[in-house]
Design a protein around this ligand. Structure first.
Ligand SMILES: *Cc1c(COP(=O)(O)O)cnc(C)c1O
Length: 368
């Protein structure tokens, strides 16, 4: 079976985890600090704060920026559900904007129409590792006094104009879930250019704590969003070899783009230079039954799945906001209905890639 992903865990990573177990220092020790420092240097930001998940990172980002009830936050209609859930978690209201179907990222031309006097922030997503038009987003945000929280959950190592995504916004959230390029099992990172804000994040992730010498005070009602050292030790080595992991991912994506070129009406992803290829996401022709396609691929021992949700069409959001998604977010609705993620991970061999390419071609031919 060729699954959607296999985490890139080396023997050295395992040794590093075992080292933590032997040390007895399981939480907030050296490995969390090492992971934070390595990520900060890779991303070129002043500070990185490790937390327990990508969703925790998004939640803390909004909380630390003071986003709350009565505020609106602009989010793309097509993303993983957590992007909008974080807005709900702080009691604010998501204002959905359609995506550009060529990039699967927020359609920046439609952002001005979603800005109201209540808009406080915007969460651009670098979906599937494809950098969004972050310059246009930060320009709009500056013009309207909005905060920018990059959802870079699936985009560690992606670059826009040669500069790492996650270094553009007021804050950026990354995920270390096993579906992502660098994994801790569960975990997340917050990239933060501002030292004061980073202090606030460190306090919020740890119950609102402030230490003054030997004294401990609690200034805020914080969370327990700490990352364990066991998890950090697993991710730290992957982070250190990220450039090599990304190079292999780009190679596989190039082979897919070549192998699937001209394949019926299959829509292939745009191959921007700074794409980190967390997911290879295609859009099936409208005539193709996706469930049957997934079953046929499974029959050929190939894992595949839908890529992301049209969030306002999911039950919670539909019941609360009742937005007509087909009319208001046609690109998001279409990608949610016809999108398909294919296997992509550094340990995939050339034969695996070729097998997926022929499997996809056969499954499509099967539906003609
Ligand atoms: C994975 C993902 C998240 C959530 O990250 P977790 O670590 O699973 O909480 C949020 N946003 C996007 C775009 C993601 O892909």
């Amino acid at each position: 079976m060729i699954p959607l992903t296999i985490p890139d865990i080396s023997e050295a990573d395992i040794e590093r985890v075992v080292g933590v177990l032997r040390s007895g220092m399981l939480v907030q020790g050296q490995e969390v600090e090492a992971l934070e420092r390595c990520a900060a240097s890779l991303l070129g930001v002043g500070d990185v704060v490790a937390v327990s998940s990508g969703t925790a990172a998004l939640h803390l980002a909004l909380r630390s920026l003071g986003v709350g009830p009565g505020d609106e936050v602009i989010v793309p209609a097509f993303s993983f559900i957590a992007t909008a859930n974080a807005v709900e978690l702080v009691g604010a209201t998501p204002a959905f904007v359609d995506i550009d179907p060529a990039t699967f990222n927020i359609n920046v031309r439609q952002v001005p129409g979603a800005i109201t006097p209540k808009t406080k922030a915007i969460i651009p997503v670098h979906e599937f590792g494809m950098p969004c038009d972050i310059d246009a987003v930060t320009e709009l945000a500056a013009a309207h006094g909005l905060r920018v929280v990059e959802d870079a959950a699936c985009a560690i190592g992606a670059k826009h104009g040669g500069r790492p995504v996650g270094s553009f916004g007021d804050l950026a959230a990354f995920s270390l879930h096993p579906r992502k390029t660098v994994t801790a099992g569960e975990g997340g990172l917050l990239a933060c250019p501002d030292a004061g804000l980073a202090r606030r994040l460190r306090s919020l992730r740890n119950h609102g704590i402030r230490t003054a010498g030997a004294e401990v005070h609690f200034d805020m009602a914080g969370f327990n969003y700490r990352l364990t050292d066991v998890a950090a030790a697993l991710a730290a080595g992957q982070m250190e070899r990220l450039p090599a992991l990304l190079e292999r991912r780009r190679e596989i994506a190039r082979n897919y783009l070549q192998g699937l070129a001209g394949c019926d009406d299959l829509r292939l992803p745009a191959g921007a230079a700074g794409h980190s290829w967390q997911t290879f996401h295609v859009v099936l022709p409208e005539s193709v039954d996706r469930a049957k396609m997934i079953a046929d691929l499974r029959g050929a021992e190939i894992g595949s799945n839908r890529g992301a949700q049209c969030i306002p069409a999911e039950a919670y959001y539909q019941e609360k906001y009742r937005l007509d998604c087909e009319r208001r977010f046609p690109a998001a609705a279409s990608c949610a209905k016809h999108g398909l993620a294919l296997p992509l991970y550094p340990k995939m061999g050339e034969a695996d890639v070729a097998h997926v390419v022929s499997g996809v071609r056969d499954a499509l031919a099967n539906q003609q």
